[in-house]
Every structure is written in C-alpha cells, then in structure tokens.
Ligand binder design. Structure first.
Ligand code: ZN
Ligand code: ZN
Length: 240
C-alpha cells in the first residue's frame, strides 16, 4: 500500500488485522492493544542483532571477529503474528499487512538509530525474483523511513548479482563480478557511496550472512557506516 493510500485510509473506520474489531486506528488497520501485543526485541547484540541477556552488549561471536555491519536493529522476533504477516505480504501480495510492518520498522529505527543516515537502501532482490513477485518487499517497508529520517531511498547504489553461474563463456570482468559474491556497486554510482552512512532495510534476518555480504560490499566501496534495520529475526538456538 502506498503512503498516500495509507494516509487517506488512516482515520477512516477499518477492521483490525488481528482481532477484527472495527475502529479508526493510528496505523490504518490495527488497533492499539493488538499493536502493543506484538512481541518486540528486548536485548540484542548491537552488532549482529542476536538476542543477548543485557542491553547494548556485543555478543561473544562479534567480539572475536571483524563484522562489516556497524549496528543491527531488529524490531521483533520472527514469531506469531509476524511469521504469518511477513510471508502474507511477500508471497501472497497481501498489502494490507504493509502499514503495520512499516510501523514496527519505523519505531525501531527512530528509537535506536544512533547515526545520521545519508542513504536508505532496501535490500535488493534478484531481478528474476522481482519479476515473479512483482515488487521488492524491503522497498515497501523502507518507504516511511524517508520522511521520518529525512534521508532518501536509493535503489541503485547496491545491486544483486546474477545467480552464481558457470565461469565458462564469461569475460574477465564478468568472472570477477561472478566471484565477488552476491552484490556489487554499479560503477557510475560508486562516488555516491564514499563516506556516507548507509541504512540497509531488510524484512527478515535469518543467519545474517546475506546482510553481512551486502555490508561488506558497501564498506569495500568506501561507505562510512552500515546500519541494518529489519522487521524480524528468526530465532537462533544456542545464541546466548
Ligand atoms: Zn485488534
Ligand atoms: Zn553479535
């Protein structure tokens, strides 16, 4: 749902996504008690977002290794109801779930972000996936951050490689790109990255490996800081 549609709808009676009660809600279609009942991330590693026992601590994994991401902000655990709402948006185009997911992301970013952001980058998806899905969910989730943070969304700074393929028939430049990992910075955008503070926006963080790869690409491209904000993180056993 675009922001303008969402703001037109705000204030009009609508049905709560969770309890089905009718009302005029702050976030289009979810009532305040249901919004408050969504489980939020309490303490997590500042670097990687893994749950920790105390606030603002770096987890054991991050103490001992170089991490490309400077700060990770996770709004919620990937549990009920988000483990059905995010797939509904992503896989079934249920755009009525966008406003509440946008709100959770926004609250997390406004509450925890400690860097002034220059560019907001929705995590790119491969073009073939975009073609089948029809949209990139991270772009939808990132939209309200523009106004709230006073920073622009940039969809061109970071691009997704083709799926890694056989090296045969590739020229040298294509081979380098094929090996470089799953992201690259288009040459003509490179200057816009230098010394900038980047906010990467993701829907769900699982292992964090993809986000780390994206951050590495941005840092090697001279980005100053990379902060990651995600709506949810899947539980990781033995993370304490
Ligand atoms: Zn409700
Ligand atoms: Zn960590």
């Amino acid at each position: 749902m675009s922001k303008s549609i969402a703001s037109q709808l705000a204030g009009l009676p609508s049905q709560c996504l969770r309890c089905q009660r009718m009302g005029s809600y702050r976030v289009v279609n979810i009532c305040e008690p249901c919004l408050q009942q969504i489980p939020r991330t309490e303490n997590s590693c500042r670097r990687c977002g893994t749950p920790t026992q105390r606030p603002q601590k770096i987890c054991g994994k991050c103490i001992n290794k170089a991490v490309w991401i400077d700060q990770t902000l996770i709004a919620c655990p990937y549990s009920t109801p988000l483990n059905s709402w995010i797939p509904a948006l992503k896989d079934n185009r249920r755009l009525e779930f966008a406003p509440v997911l946008q709100q959770l992301l926004l609250e997390q970013a406004l509450g925890e972000l400690d860097t002034k952001i220059d560019w907001i980058l929705p995590m790119p998806i491969h073009w073939s996936r975009r073609l089948t899905r029809g949209f990139n969910q991270s772009e939808i989730l990132a939209k309200p951050l523009e106004q709230a943070l006073g920073s622009q969304i940039n969809k061109r700074l970071l691009a997704r490689n083709r799926r890694v393929r056989s090296q045969r028939n590739l020229n040298r430049r294509q081979r380098l790109r094929n090996q470089r990992g799953s992201f690259y910075i288009p040459t003509k955008e490179a200057e816009k990255l230098r010394d900038r503070n980047i906010l990467l926006v993701e829907d769900i963080l699982t292992t964090g490996a993809t986000a780390e790869q994206a951050a590495k690409t941005l840092k090697l491209g001279q980005a100053k800081t990379v902060t990651l904000v995600a709506v949810a993180r899947t539980p990781q056993p033995n993370s304490f």
